[in-house]
Design a protein around this ligand. Structure first.
Ligand code: NAD
Ligand code: KPL
Length: 304
């Protein structure tokens, strides 16, 4: 049985690691360095808070440069850290290693796959929700679903059974890029506006024309990129998500409010880079990115 190495013992990585370990599957965390490893050992493991109940999972941990060869890896860091984190593990990856890329947005997956030509990269798109409320403490905040897939591959690998055993809600997608593009489009239509208007998702009901205009351009982009399925009824779904999550702050709003770097380069940045490659001029999206960059710069945050 292959060990699940998990790099990125943050919110989603911690959530996956705790559930896999709880199911009796072999898991090892990969922490950034010796200092982080020392802090982890001092707290005795990873704590998962679920339905208000905390459980401690003493999952073994190591640094990137030590340990046995990696045959299965969950890469659960932010999109902007993924390529560097993956590159650091190259000397440890066994030929044909399976790597699940749990990053939101698009762009980082291709960058990682290019760095690791001998690995089997599986892309994932998740609507589960988790956050950290302390060192090595993860709160399971929202039930959701994770789609996994390899572009062009219809058959799911046998190891997906591990996710079933761990109770991780998931399904294989024969068109994972459509799922990732659809989520990217939803995030582009909602997240930047919530930052610029400093509002919860429901606050966007006050800006119907702005939302509609962005959805229109996003659907044009998706169709031009060959993602017709992801373009279908986009505006209706955006309005549904705004209503369904009206009381929540978007992930980007939370990042900015907490002074954290956003994943904008892999969301709106990727959308506009693709538009440029396709020769498309999308003035509303371009203006949105420009306003967001000015806003982030004003708060001392990176714009990529
Ligand atoms: P996070 O910041 O909570 O966790 C990322 C972890 O990766 C951190 O602990 C960080 O220290 C670690 N890390 C980064 N580089 C590393 C390296 N080189 N070596 C070792 N550790 C390293 O992030 P998250 O919220 O779990 O998000 C991960 C991805 O999942 C993002 O792309 C995010 O958009 C996506 N996502 C998150 C949620 C959620 O609810 N948290 C939901 C859906 C999608
Ligand atoms: O995924 C989201 C986020 O906040 O990142 C939603 C709720 C869909 C808003 O775009």
């Amino acid at each position: 049985m292959n060990i699940w190495h998990v790099l990125g013992a943050g919110s989603l990585g911690g959530l996956w690691a705790a559930r896999l370990a709880r199911a009796g599957l072999p898991v090892r965390l990969i922490l950034r360095d010796q200092a982080r490893l020392g802090q982890y050992r001092a707290v005795g493991g990873l704590t998962l808070v679920e339905d208000g109940l905390a459980s401690l999972h003493p999952i073994p941990a190591e640094t990137p440069h030590t340990g046995i060869p990696i045959r299965r890896l969950l890469l659960a860091c932010k999109a902007y850290d993924a390529e560097e984190a993956a590159a650091e593990l190259v000397p440890r990856l066994a030929p044909g290693a399976e790597i699940v890329l749990l990053q939101n947005g698009l762009g980082s997956q291709e960058a990682v796959a290019a760095r690791l030509p001998r690995a089997q990269c599986v892309f994932a798109s998740s609507t589960e929700g988790a956050f950290r409320d302390g060192a090595f403490r993860v709160v399971y905040a929202g039930r959701g679903h994770t789609w996994l897939g390899v572009p062009g591959e219809r058959r799911a690998p046998a190891w997906l059974n591990d996710l079933s055993a761990a109770g991780i809600p998931h399904a294989w997608s024969a068109d994972i890029l459509a799922k990732l593009w659809r989520k990217l489009a939803l995030n582009c239509a909602i997240n930047p506006l919530t930052v610029l208007h400093d509002c919860r998702n429901g606050g966007l009901r006050d800006w119907p024309d702005e939302v509609a205009g962005l959805c229109d351009e996003l659907a044009t982009l998706l169709r031009a990129a060959g993602q017709d399925e992801a373009a279908t009824d986009l505006h209706q779904e955006v309005l549904r998500v705004i209503d369904g999550t009206a009381a929540n702050y978007s992930s980007m709003h939370q990042d900015v409010a907490n002074g954290r770097r956003t994943e904008i380069g892999y969301l709106l940045g990727h959308a506009l880079a693709t538009a440029e490659r396709l020769g498309l001029h999308l003035p509303r999206l371009e203006h949105l990115l420009q306003r967001l960059r000015e806003y982030l710069t004003g708060r001392g945050l990176p714009v990529t």
